[in-house]
Design a protein around this ligand. Sequence first.
Ligand code: GLY
Length: 401
Amino acid sequence: MIPIKNLKFLIIAFILLFPAASKAQKVDAAKEFKSAALQTSYMLTEISNTDTSKGVVSPRTFENGKFKMEPPSDWTSGFFPGILWFLYEYTKNEKWLDEAKKFTAKIEKEQYNKTTHDLGFMIYCSYGNAYRLTKDENYKKVIIQAARSLSTRFNEKAGVLRSWDHNKEKWEYPVIIDNMMNLELLFEVTKLTGDSSFYNIAISHANHTMKNHYRPDYSSYHLVDYDPETGAVIKKVTVQGYSDESAWARGQAWGLYGFTMCYRETHDKKYLVQAQNIARFIFTNPNLPKDLIPYWDYNDPAIPNAPRDVSAATITASALYELATYCKGSDYRQKADIILRNLSEKYKAPINTNGDFILLHSTGHKPAKSEIDVPIIYADYYYLEALLRSKGLSNYQDRTH
Ligand code: GLY
């Protein structure tokens, strides 16, 4: 038995020490930006040594010992320019501004691309950050055109934007959870133009996704196939996850980020509640490791011998910093701090290795045996965004409600 006096002392000591303990959880953003900048400098050299004669412009991954770059039309083409904008934002070093401008310009023609829903990723992560940081009208024009192109993929009957055009024999009108991320571009362009049609498409897509993509436990299906004539749901399946009924980790992260962003843009409480419910699914999941870096799918029976997906962790951390601003008294910020600290301590690529990506251990498309346990550009993008958000340097409007 501990005497009452000693017990009191222990409790007081814990209360006094707790702020220090929680402070120790925090990542050192200045140190991480310094190392990210160094690694990215090496990546620029890697790019200049790469054969780009086939039109590749943007790094994507380092797989099987090879540095891989993609053409402007790849869904990941906007992330590297975005990373350069983030480095400029944090360091204010003109070197990054010049590189950011150069790599952003390489994907300009994608503003007219009507064959993919990924235009939000491609244009908003590149031109969106470019316009936010420079207010250059030329960037604004590209963003507006991209929203027009993306809007052509909206079907009134189904109430959603079509995700993919490929595999027409498999699906009628496929919508993947990732598509929530592309709505940010539409919300932004309503603000830039005053044309509410983009906003209306975004909320229709979000509402249908909330209704049709989510299970009672607030985990998300990967793909919902709609009948474009009637709007009826035909089937709910997976492409990148373990099984149709499983919870693919990155999909849960896209949803968390997407609904948090929808709340920011609309102030509609139902999106906030949805984001909170998704966060609860993630953080009460028995298969979430102690370091909060998820396995690639929460339901892979191979866990704990399954690959992690660091990209899911970085997207989640970035979303949590924003969600925390809407949920005073929550532990979302602490969770994001823990994720960033663990990533910075245990998941970073040593400098000038692994294609000079910042983080290791992401999983792109396991069922296709592609990009398993590798560095991936979008993991790095959301890592830097989360680091900026951890410092209150935000690329979203931190609104008070
Ligand atoms: N949007 C594609 C992916 O998350 O892999």
